[in-house]
Write a protein that binds this ligand. Structure first.
Ligand SMILES: Cc1cc2nc3c(=O)[nH]c(=O)nc-3n(C[C@H](O)[C@H](O)[C@H](O)COP(=O)(O)OP(=O)(O)OC[C@H]3O[C@@H](n4cnc5c(N)ncnc54)[C@H](O)[C@@H]3O)c2cc1C
Length: 373
């Protein structure tokens, strides 16, 4: 029997998990092609923080080495960005002209980090924290420069700050709100966390609004100026202020999006031949920013791609941990509650998802043994 063609756009955690689940259910049903904009095979994005902290290497966090794709008959177009979906001809086209026809298409394009719209946000030395390239740049900068500022006192910002500190930088975390991780922690818990991180040498500036990033003589960023006039030195500025579902490709193909690619409980978009999973998706109005729900979506999607048609995704309850450790010392494990994340825009932009909101639950700071209530 002639195989159907499945094309996956996005070689990240959700897209490849869907392919793995599908191969378990129906290994011979599809001829599969995957496009990935990054020049790497699928890796565990969650573990970028241990890489930044010097606890792991990039090699350690590869989930599916190149051999996995060939062993499973998956054609990988690595380092190729799909720029067009032709829904009439049922094909996708990459920036370099590579084309693949599809019978079914899976979009798993992830998220785009939000860059604060302030003057200087395009200077060399101003980066987001999303992928291997960002992590490599932080590691290289830490070897040659002294001062780092991390904008955003959420999970991602604190993990970036911790890694840069461990690499010898003088790090200041800048946060707009009165306490850290305000979406997950109450003030008492956040104060304990801050005290613990200060003891590791991190500095914090709370309730500070960044006005501009200042260019130095070398042409790269040299300082950060706040609305109140205060300036701090910064050879590296890491923006960890939120993410947006990456819907650009879907929107260009006129697939219905509303703060994410809108899918039903079978992970199908408004075009029945096109599915979507991962951070790019809005399911029942919710866009998730943690990996566990995305894996649940991937499983349901694979079930339908395999023509079983029985699984339904009805939403997820999420929880996560702050991954912060000192070299050779105890890990500070900071569970940050559980709950159903809502699509909750922050005040600066209606589309930015600062971090998944979770219902507050008592948190326990494992390192100190204190219970925070
Ligand atoms: C530093 C860091 C730490 C994290 N820690 C945690 C944690 O502790 N716990 C947790 O649950 N989650 C964590 N997360 C979030 C988790 O990594 C994400 O939820 C997950 O990776 C999202 O998977 P995804 O497949 O939807 O998107 P991604 O993993 O971003 O994959 C999308 C891929 O699609 C590619 N792409 C996009 N557009 C195109 C196109 N047009 N053509 C080709 N390719 C394209 C992108 O380049 C990308 O490689 C963390 C994230 C980061 C950055």
């Amino acid at each position: 029997m002639k195989k159907q063609k499945l094309v996956v756009v996005g070689n990240g955690m959700a897209g490849i998990r869907a392919v793995e689940e599908l191969l378990k259910l129906a290994p011979d049903l599809y001829d599969i092609a995957v496009f990935g904009a990054e020049p790497h095979p699928n890796y565990n994005r969650i573990l970028l923080s241990p890489v930044l902290a010097g606890e792991m290497t990039i090699q350690d966090i590869i989930l599916n080495p190149l051999g996995w794709y060939s062993d499973n008959g998956v054609r990988l177009h690595v380092g190729k960005t799909v720029t067009k979906i032709d829904r009439t001809a049922r094909k996708v086209i990459a920036a370099d002209g590579t084309e693949e026809d599809y019978d079914r298409l899976l979009l798993a394009t992830g998220s785009t980090p939000f860059m604060l719209p302030v003057p200087g946000n395009d200077l060399p030395g101003v980066i987001s924290y999303r992928d291997i390239k960002d992590t490599d740049e932080m590691i290289a900068t830490a070897a040659t420069h002294k001062h780092a500022a991390v904008i955003g006192g959420g999970l991602l910002g604190l993990e970036a700050a911790n890694g840069l500190k461990l690499r010898g930088m003088d790090v200041t975390v800048v946060h707009l709100m009165p306490w850290l991780m305000e979406r997950q922690l109450d003030r008492a818990a956040a104060d304990m966390l801050k005290t613990s991180l200060e003891a590791r040498g991190l500095k914090f500036l709370l309730e500070k609004q960044t006005e501009a990033l200042i260019r130095g003589e070398s042409g790269r960023v040299a300082a950060l100026r706040f609305k109140d006039g205060l300036e701090i030195p910064a050879d590296l500025v890491v923006m960890a202020a939120g993410i947006r579902p990456n819907t650009a490709l879907a929107e260009s193909a006129r697939i219905y999006c509303n703060r994410g690619i809108v899918v039903n409980d079978t992970m199908q978009t408004y075009d029945p031949r096109i599915y979507a999973v991962g951070e790019c998706v809005a399911h029942r109005g919710i866009a998730y920013g943690l990996v566990a729900p995305l894996f649940e979506q991937a499983k349901v999607c694979a079930n339908h791609l395999a023509n079983f048609g029985i699984a339904r995704y009805t939403g997820s309850v999420t929880s996560t941990k702050l991954k912060v450790r000192r070299h050779g010392r105890r890990r500070l494990v900071f569970p940050v509650g559980q709950g159903r994340p809502e699509h909750s825009p922050d005040s600066r932009s209606p589309d930015v998802r600062p971090e998944p909101r979770r219902r507050r639950r008592p948190c326990r700071c494992v390192e100190s043994g204190h219970h925070v209530r």
